[in-house]
Design a protein around this ligand. Structure first.
Ligand code: FE2
Length: 136
């Protein structure tokens, strides 16, 4: 099957709502775009942990400390899963972490803002929960 036929079949499959797995054939620009999106999402999950973990010991009650600890664990798990998908799409995890640390890749801008109060923890959680490319 030549590339033109493959591309046509791929577009038809996607337009019909078909799933695309990382090991499936896909156009290079599609793979790059999906990989970049998944990497950004993984970075956001990981970076979202940093301001929240600072509040575990400062949470107002033991119940809230435990809830925030569980949330932080969940977010790290989300990052791990997304980095695995991005790896399957072709970019090594070490390269993704190096790019994140060097500022060559991005994460959700909400995590650039300080978390100055307990209320900010709740507000940030609501603003990034299942509304787009970050924390679910
Ligand atoms: Fe998440």
């Amino acid at each position: 099957m030549n590339d033109s036929v493959r591309l046509h079949a791929f577009n038809r499959h996607v337009a019909a709502g078909g799933k695309v797995e990382p090991g499936d054939w896909m156009p290079d620009d599609y793979r790059r775009a999906v990989g970049k999106f998944v990497e950004m999402h993984a970075n956001s999950e990981l970076m979202g942990v940093l301001p929240e973990r600072e509040w575990i010991l400062r949470a107002p009650t033991l119940k809230r400390k435990l809830a925030l600890t569980a949330k932080v664990q969940d977010e790290v798990g989300h990052a791990q899963l997304l980095y695995r998908v991005a790896e399957d799409l072709g970019k090594p995890r070490e390269a993704m972490i190096a790019d994140l640390l060097a500022g060559r890749t991005k994460f959700h801008n909400v995590f650039h803002y300080p978390t100055e109060s307990w209320a900010d923890v709740g507000r940030r959680s609501r603003s990034t929960s299942c509304t787009g490319a970050t924390s679910c």
